[in-house]
Design a protein around this ligand. Structure first.
Ligand code: 5AD
Ligand code: SF4
Length: 483
């Protein structure tokens, strides 16, 4: 799920790249940002002096990467770096990368080609590749892109100033994974705005057969609750109203006695924070304690991303997902019973190894049964290191595309129906900024994470929560009037 390139009001140090050819190609960990938003960026370069090295950082991939880029920005700023206004003006250019699917890597390889030309013209500029692709392809990168000055994996960001200092004739390479690294003591440079993403846990221990994440991000580890709460309090003091807790399997969070349900309650107890979301949970970690916290803490919003991947039990077993379609449906029923107005989204992979037409039909059937508000759909991409790698690929590209088209069409229909069903109903919307389209319109999210736009009104400011009634709906936007 999601890409993003959630690119709302991020520190200019982080250049949020435009979405990968289609939104579907991205590793989306959160739903897309509203088609809005005019946050004030945090400016850190304004007082730059000539002696300070200027950095340009581009972020690819999921919301975890966006959060990591904020962390990287914080580390480098404290080391005296400032942000560059454009890559051409930078002394250091860094790409924070994604390895989830081949397509994500191809985009970065294309970008590296541009940067290689820039390096030819200005050999003194330092080029670094960070994140999941650095971890995944370290040997090939050092061999095929010898002009890279730095190759650094996701557990090495604390050392970036040192690594940049070390890089000289040879690239500085650090791709050691560190199962203790949570960066708990390092404050990221958060974007300004009403919503902030706070990393609660890192890594993944699930080892789904198709997925490279456990290999590139390492073992699961949770940030101590005291550090998370300190961060959330600071953000609340700066006017942030909504916290999104992040982790590759965020609801697997555990630190000593504190599980994810307890963490939700602790964040909910912070004054000034009005809304809490989280992404991305795993179905098997949706414990009664988590469902209870969602149901009883009114700040926890009624929206749940519940990655399904496939509706076929045979394929779910081959994927090592750890649940059957019946268990998944049972979970959906329990969640819906506990949180009546909850919206659900999911991730679907088509064309996994061995997927027959009948398996694919089972996925469509399950999607119809659940009726998702939105879905992120992907063609299976073979990744080396993973358990499924040696099995190979049994569904050809044309067939994968056909299945993807069918899944997307079904989801469009489901989204349209559910968005239309909101017409005439009232929702509270946290105002995030002016709508991108529509002069004089404000935009924000409903509790169910649907984008709502409505006419600006005297006295309504960013950060306020207003009650609106839905007048009309498209598949992605609710047009509303304040009540
Ligand atoms: N091919 C296609 N999609 C994948 N995902 C993860 N690995 C792969 C892969 N090898 C998808 C899953 C996951 C989302 C983040 O990305 O649907 O939930
Ligand atoms: Fe990948 Fe599975 Fe871990 Fe999600 S739970 S990051 S799909 S291995």
């Amino acid at each position: 799920m999601g890409l993003i390139i959630a690119g709302v009001g991020l520190n200019p140090f982080i250049r949020n790249t435009t979405p990968l050819t289609s939104k579907r190609e991205a590793h989306r960990v959160v739903p897309p940002p509203p088609d809005s938003l005019s946050f004030d960026d945090i400016r850190m370069a304004d007082n730059a002096n000539d002696a300070q090295a200027r950095v340009w950082l581009e972020t690819y991939g999921c919301q975890m990467n966006v959060a990591d880029s904020q962390l990287i920005t914080g580390v480098l700023r404290r080391a005296g770096y400032v942000t560059a206004r454009a890559p051409e003006e930078a002394d250091v250019i860094l790409l924070n990368t994604c390895a989830i699917r081949e397509h994500a890597e191809e985009r970065v390889i294309g970008r590296l080609g541009d940067l290689a030309r820039l390096k030819q013209a200005r050999p003194e500029v330092k080029l670094g590749l960070l994140g999941c692709m650095a971890q995944h392809n370290r040997a090939a990168l050092v061999e095929k892109a010898p002009w890279l000055d730095l190759v650094a994996g996701p557990d090495t960001y604390r050392r970036l100033p040192e690594l940049l200092g070390d890089s000289g004739f040879d690239a500085a390479v650090d791709v050691r994974l560190n199962r203790a690294e949570t960066y708990a003591d390092l404050s990221p440079d958060y974007a300004s705005g009403v919503r902030a993403y706070v990393t609660a846990m890192r890594g993944c221990d699930k080892f789904c057969a198709f997925c490279v994440v456990p290999y590139v991000r390492g073992r699961e580890r949770s940030v101590p609750p005291a550090d998370i709460i300190r961060e959330v309090r600071d953000l609340a003091a700066r006017g942030v109203k909504e916290i999104v807790l992040l982790g590759q399997t965020v609801n697997a969070y555990r630190f000593d006695e504190v599980g994810f349900g307890e963490l939700l309650r602790m964040v909910a107890a912070v004054d000034g924070i009005e809304r809490i979301r989280f992404t991305s949970p795993h179905p098997n970690d949706m414990s009664p304690a988590v469902i209870d916290a969602m149901a009883s803490e009114h700040k926890v919003q009624p929206y749940l991303h519940l990655p399904l991947q496939s509706g076929s039990d045979r394929i779910l077993a081959a994927m090592d997902r750890g649940y059957t379609s019946a268990e998944y449906l049972n979970l959906v029923a329990r969640v819906r019973a506990a949180i009546p107005r909850i919206a659900l989204s999911t991730d679907i992979i088509v064309g996994f190894y061995g997927e027959e037409e009948s398996d694919f039909r089972a996925t469509l059937d399950l999607m119809r049964t659940v009726g998702y508000d939105s879905a992120f759909t992907f063609k299976y991409s073979v990744r080396d290191h993973t358990r499924a790698y040696r099995l190979g690929d049994t569904v050809n590209e044309t067939e994968k595309q056909r299945r993807l088209n069918e899944v997307m069409a079904l989801q469009e229909e489901s989204s349209r129906t559910l968005y239309r069903a909101a017409v005439g109903h009232e929702f509270s919307v946290l105002v995030e900024g002016s709508a991108r389209r529509g002069v004089g319109m404000l935009a924000g999210k409903t509790p169910q994470y649907k984008t709502a736009i409505f006419p600006t009104r005297e006295g309504v400011a960013v950060g306020d929560t207003v009650v609106v009634r839905v007048l009309s709906a498209t598949t992605h936007t609710l047009t509303c009037a304040p009540v």
